[in-house]
Design a protein around this ligand. Structure first.
Ligand code: AMP
Ligand code: MG
Length: 330
């Protein structure tokens, strides 16, 4: 039997991406096109969809060219079905359906968050991790149980990525603000007490955003950014620790755009080491949205013999939760 190949298509938010992955999870190509700041202030769903529609043909062609393949050599198509921005999701799903229909390829809708989880687990070699997803779209603590990924804790209002981006915008930094805030925070010298939002295993961040925003102009911005990060990250690390004591895992996989933050990573490592738990994260480029995470899940579906979805049933689900998705490969 020859190798099998899956084309993954990602379009939940700012990134339109395609990738080709084989059944041993070798990455043959990985092409992305991100909406640039200025093109949209923050993320405007309609302009983002327009961007995705414009770049889709060349992003797809480059993924095939880089892999040295023709579209007919692909064995299945996987696409992000959600959660995400409706208009943006619709572009990826439409491209996926068109290919599946025209070339008679099996089609797998993929939960975007499960893409982050499975890519992180497989590249790190983590078998049964507690997963912490911190991105623009998610802030959740998850673990696998009874056939599905389960949420142990999550933000009750805005995500950690939103918190960073919204604060950044208030001080004139365009999307994505997180990396700049990390830089500014490094120069902070004084910790300012800020609202500490934790409820059970859940995080609450909007009060913190309001508080930090009100300090702009009254305190050095370095100290605000530093205190904002320290507070927000401590909340997340404490919630993760609470979850860890309930599920007793040996590994934590940190993923999503905010996982690139070194301060957050180090704080998570400090907490985990007290419990004899290992923390892993991927190289930066795999924390951001990409087609590889979608293709990897497509491969997992295919290898487990899971039934593909007929083209007419291949929809998008803007608000789908991980618990709604059956995971046949674990
Ligand atoms: P994603 O939604 O997974 O593509 O991640 C994008 C989010 O990650 C945005 O909110 C960024 O501001 C945030 N982000 C990226 N790098 C960093 C960083 N070094 N520190 C904090 N946030 C970051
Ligand atoms: Mg994401």
């Amino acid at each position: 039997m020859g190798r099998k190949y899956v084309l993954g298509i990602e379009s939940t938010a700012h990134t339109f991406a395609t990738a080709i992955v084989d059944d041993e999870l070798n990455i043959l190509s990985d092409v992305r096109d991100v909406v640039k700041p200025g093109e949209t202030l923050g993320i405007d769903p309609k302009l983002t969809a327009e961007h995705h529609a414009n770049v889709a043909p060349q992003v797809l062609k480059k993924a095939l060219d880089d892999a040295g393949m023709d579209i007919i050599d692909i064995d299945a198509v996987a696409y992000s079905m959600g959660p995400g921005l409706g208009p943006a999701l619709r572009i990826g799903a439409t491209v996926a359906r068109a290919i599946a229909y025209k070339f008679k390829k099996p089609l797998y809708p993929v939960h975007h968050g499960i893409g982050h989880i499975e890519l992180t687990s497989s590249l790190l070699g983590f078998k049964d991790p507690l997963v912490v997803i911190v991105s623009g779209g998610h802030t959740s603590i998850l673990s696998f149980s009874l056939g599905r990924w389960r949420t142990y804790g999550e933000t009750l209002d805005i995500t950690l990525g939103n918190l960073m981006d919204m604060f950044a915008r208030k001080i004139g930094i365009p999307f994505p603000g997180g990396p700049k805030i990390e830089e500014i925070a490094r120069k902070g010298r004084k910790y300012i007490e800020m609202p500490y939002g934790i409820k059970g295993n859940n995080m609450v961040y909007s009060g913190l955003l309001t508080y930090a925003t009100q300090l702009i102009g009254k305190e050095p911005v370095e100290n605000i950014a530093y205190s904002l990060q320290e507070t927000a990250f401590t909340v997340l690390v404490e919630a993760t620790e609470r979850a860890l004591t309930q599920v007793s895992k040996k590994e934590i996989g940190l993923t999503g755009g905010v996982a690139s933050n070194d301060r957050l990573y180090n704080m998570m490592c400090d907490m985990a080491s007290e419990h004899g738990v290992k923390v892993g994260r991927l190289e930066k480029k795999y924390n951001s949205d990409n087609g590889v995470q979608i293709a990897v899940v497509g491969i997992l579906y295919m290898k487990s013999g899971y039934a593909p979805v007929p083209v007419e049933e291949a929809v998008i689900k803007q608000r789908i939760r991980v618990e709604e998705v059956e995971v046949p490969w674990r």
